[in-house]
Design a protein around this ligand. Structure first.
Ligand SMILES: Cc1cc2nc3c(=O)[nH]c(=O)nc-3n(C[C@H](O)[C@H](O)[C@H](O)COP(=O)(O)OP(=O)(O)OC[C@H]3O[C@@H](n4cnc5c(N)ncnc54)[C@H](O)[C@@H]3O)c2cc1C
Length: 429
């Protein structure tokens, strides 16, 4: 998989103030902010590319996102604000979508009924979250009527876990309205934002020693000494023990890291010029057949590419099977809905498996019932020199590239303020 844009990277300083672990959205944001404040920075990235869970690759010459694609929550998403300021080609995501029932477009009233069910669900979850005791987000949804199962399935898809495993206290904090798309892909946009940064690729951090006054960050190719470190590796990667902390993290931080479960959401990428879907960038519901995918984004960027979205259950069902299983599943879904004649020119180009990638192990980090304080707990650094950032820490934009950017910027600001207090800091104030 070759990204469509590969930024020019610069060499690492020999003696950095800060080491940033990971060059995804959070790491790129942090590196930019730390450099802008006059600190010297070294970013170490395990993969041989930047972007983490946001990467754009080309299929048939067209850029397609394998990870993050939507710019969610426009009014509060820093990547939208920055993109508009840079003159990037942003466009509003359409609000209306299609609903097909056994191959036929459902009347607008059917779509409106589902929209009403979503409104009721939002209200029920917002009210439920105000109660002091936490429960599952699903526990308040059964009374919302005949569309409850559909709403639960779709919210489960965008949460990354079945809703009965998602904290009610955490859920309404996420903000998904007023979405945008960016021409050329979100991964390519992040790669442009990494232009000129001091990032070394193919360099996995395996240990962080903070027993001394600063930190020693070890990799298979050597150790870097710095005054502080910012860890942006995904929670699932930290839970798997990829980085050894010496001494171990304080109990509050350890508990917070362990609190998350793995959100699973994958794309099966379709090329289907003869599809019945009309209009660019439309969310499309398929129902009335045995195989009902929880989500589908059609005619991405106005081109004949479509994402069949997989939730945890469907993605897991494909694990351990042959490599063609996602393609067979996608074809069976579309044939069940539109018939075999209609899918003659349907090609399945790829299926993502972020859940099995050792540097992500999940699509994002999810908070189960009772663990909602974990996002906030991760914001207290260990010994004022081991900071954390990434999508998992964002209260309002968790699970998103915008949330990761927000958190990388926050952590960088706190690090600058902290390091400036230490006498002898070579900072350009
Ligand atoms: C299929 C899919 C679709 C998605 N869709 C959307 C969407 O439409 N919109 C949206 O906003 N978000 C979406 N997301 C979520 C979004 O991609 C993430 O929330 C965001 O990119 C996370 O950024 P991050 O910087 O926190 O982590 P990452 O992007 O994972 O960056 C962390 C970096 O750390 C590196 N790393 C890990 N361990 C080490 C180590 N030991 N040493 C050195 N480096 C290490 C990793 O390689 C990675 O580059 C999607 C995710 C997936 C998987």
């Amino acid at each position: 998989m070759k990204p469509v844009h590969t930024p020019h990277l610069t060499d690492l300083p020999a003696d950095p103030d800060v080491v940033v672990v990971g060059a995804g959205s959070a790491g790129i944001a942090a590196a930019r902010a730390l450099l802008a404040a006059g600190l010297s920075v070294a970013v170490l990235e395990a993969r041989d590319r930047i972007g983490g869970r946001a990467v754009t690759t080309a299929f048939r010459g067209h850029p397609v996102d394998l990870g993050a694609h939507w710019l969610h929550a426009g009014p509060i998403n820093p990547l939208v604000k920055l993109g508009l300021a840079r003159g990037e080609k942003l466009r509003h995501a359409p609000t209306g979508g299609h609903t097909f029932v056994r191959g036929r477009q459902a009347p607008p009233a059917a779509r409106a009924a589902l929209d009403r069910a979503f409104d009721l669900a939002d209200r029920a979850m917002t009210l439920g979250a105000q109660r002091p005791e936490d429960r599952s987000a699903q526990s308040v949804l059964t009374p919302i009527g005949p569309h409850a199962q559909r709403v639960i399935a779709i919210h489960g898809l965008v949460s990354g876990r079945p809703l009965d495993e998602v904290s009610l206290h955490d859920f309404p904090s996420s903000e998904y309205a007023h979405n945008w798309f960016i021409t050329g892909g979100l991964g390519a946009y992040l790669a442009r934002l990494a232009e000129g940064l001091p990032i070394r690729l193919g360099t996995a951090v395996d240990g962080i020693d903070w027993s001394g006054p600063g930190v020693r960050v070890s990799t298979a190719s050597g150790t870097l000494q710095a005054r502080a470190v910012l860890v942006t590796a995904p929670m699932a990667v930290l839970q798997a023990g990829a980085i050894r902390f010496s001494p171990g993290l304080p109990p509050g931080l350890q508990e917070a890291v362990q609190a998350f479960t793995q959100g699973v959401y994958e794309h099966v990428i379709l090329h289907w010029p003869g599809s019945p879907f009309r209009g660019p960038d439309r969310l499309t519901q398929l129902s009335g057949t045995r195989l009902e995918p929880p989500g589908l984004l059609t005619n991405i960027d106005g081109a004949p590419f479509h994402f069949l979205e997989l939730d945890l259950e469907r993605a897991r069902a494909l694990d351990g099977r042959d490599p063609h299983a996602p393609a067979r599943f996608a074809r069976a879904v579309m044939a069940g809905q539109f018939g075999y004649r209609a899918i003659r020119d349907l090609q399945v180009l790829a299926a993502t498996a972020w859940r099995n990638d050792p540097w992500s192990r999940a699509s994002w980090a999810v908070i189960p019932p009772g663990k909602a304080p974990a996002r906030e707990a991760l914001k207290t650094p260990a010994g004022e020199r081991v900071w954390f950032a990434g999508e998992a820490l964002s209260r309002e934009q968790w699970g998103t590239a915008g949330g990761a950017w927000e958190e990388g910027t926050r952590a960088a600001g706190e690090m600058v303020a902290r390091l400036r207090k230490i006498p002898g800091t070579p900072l350009d104030l």
